[in-house]
Design a protein around this ligand. Structure first.
Ligand code: SF4
Ligand code: SF4
Length: 354
């Protein structure tokens, strides 16, 4: 199972998507439970992955070190903005299986939303991790806004030759409604996505696997299926708030529906898929899995917003599904194992459906 641990609610950036730190009453800035409570929750699980999360998780490096020194798990993951990369000694960086660095694409777009200088710090963190010999999965974790150009921004990040994978989430429903949402989807996003997919397919034909996580993740879901939602929130993934509350999804720190337990109790978690209709009857359900539990529950943009998101999801899935025969043929011709193309091999917090 995936255990996402908030190390603090504090963040040193104020990105427009989330507005910076959580309030102390939502995600306290210090961890309020004991390490023994965490051990009891996690150590019986032979397949456990711990992912450090925040706020900015590196605002509390001592907690990360404590956990990495004392809790035995199969894998460690971290999602960071990269600005404080030097606050954790090299030894610990090398223990991670996956490191996700938040960066949205070209500098101008990134810094518009994340603050001036954030791009340079993120890229410099990725460089530093490579320099010290980190050889796990380095992932560029993008947030897509109406200033993004998916083709330009993904190709830019792949072109830097630092990241193994690029993944993105659409900043839908979290923010105010976009100025020209439909126009952006039809005239910008879908066109760019198709172009990106064509390059991915062409590279596969040339025996090269481009690390575009959504295409690889969708391929995996088409071939293997999986739980709903694809991020496994509330089923095989829980998040532990610094106050000890255990929630299904790390975004849902305020929502009652998301509460599945408390670290100080007997650790019986109330786990189940919370995705039901209309998703379970949808022909895309096996692959889409309801996309995102939070969006499914909190329809900030109403029914119409939900439908718009579904339309984009279906378009993305179809790119892979309608070319499955060719994809599998190219993989075979290239002499690559399908497992090298399917992604991720374990839940590393990449949500698969953008
Ligand atoms: S496409 Fe929409 S309705 Fe269908 S499974 Fe996904 S989220 Fe649910
Ligand atoms: S995809 Fe949605 S439900 Fe899953 S972790 Fe992200 S916000 Fe939560």
């Amino acid at each position: 199972m995936l255990y996402i641990l908030f190390t603090t609610g504090k963040c040193n950036l104020r990105c427009e998507y989330c507005g910076g730190s959580f309030g102390e009453n939502e995600v306290p800035w210090k961890v309020q439970y004991k390490l023994d409570d965490l051990k009891r929750l996690i150590e019986h699980d032979n397949e456990a992955t711990i992912a450090f999360y925040g706020g900015e998780p590196l605002m509390n490096p001592n907690f990360i070190i404590d956990v990495m020194e004392n809790i035995k798990v199969k894998r460690f993951v971290i999602q960071t903005n990269g600005t404080l990369v030097r606050s954790l000694p090299e030894k610990y960086w090398k223990m991670f299986s996956a490191i996700l660095i938040s960066v949205d694409g070209v500098e101008e777009v990134n810094d518009k939303y994340r603050g001036k200088g954030a791009y340079k710090l993120a890229i410099s963190a990725a460089n530093y991790l490579r320099e010290i010999g980190f050889n796990g999965d380095l992932i560029a974790r993008m947030t897509i806004t109406e200033d993004s150009n998916i083709f330009r921004d993904v190709m830019h990040l792949l072109g830097i030759n630092l990241f193994d994978h690029v993944h993105w989430q659409l900043n839908f429903i979290w923010s105010k409604k976009w100025r020209n949402l439909n126009e952006w989807i039809e005239q910008n996003y879908k066109i760019g996505l198709k172009k990106l997919f064509d390059i991915w397919l062409n590279e596969l034909r040339n025996k090269k696997v481009l690390g575009i996580a959504p295409f690889q993740g969708i391929l995996k879901r088409i071939l293997d299926g999986g739980v709903a939602p694809p991020c496994e929130s509330g089923v095989n993934s829980v998040s532990v708030n610094t106050n000890g509350e255990i929630i299904a999804c790390p975004i849902a720190v305020r929502e009652n529906w998301a509460k599945v337990g408390n670290i100080r109790n007997n650790n019986t978690l109330n786990l189940k898929s919370m995705i039901t209709e209309p998703c379970t009857s949808c022909e895309y359900f096996k692959v889409c899995g309801g996309r995102c539990l939070y969006t499914y529950k909190e329809r900030f943009w109403g029914e119409n917003g939900f439908k718009i998101t579904c339309d984009v999801t279906k378009f993305t899935i179809d790119l892979v599904k309608n070319n499955l025969y060719e994809i599998l043929g190219y993989i075979k011709n290239a002499g690559i194992k399908v497992d090298e193309v399917k992604y991720p091999s374990f839940n590393n917090t990449v949500e698969i459906i953008p």
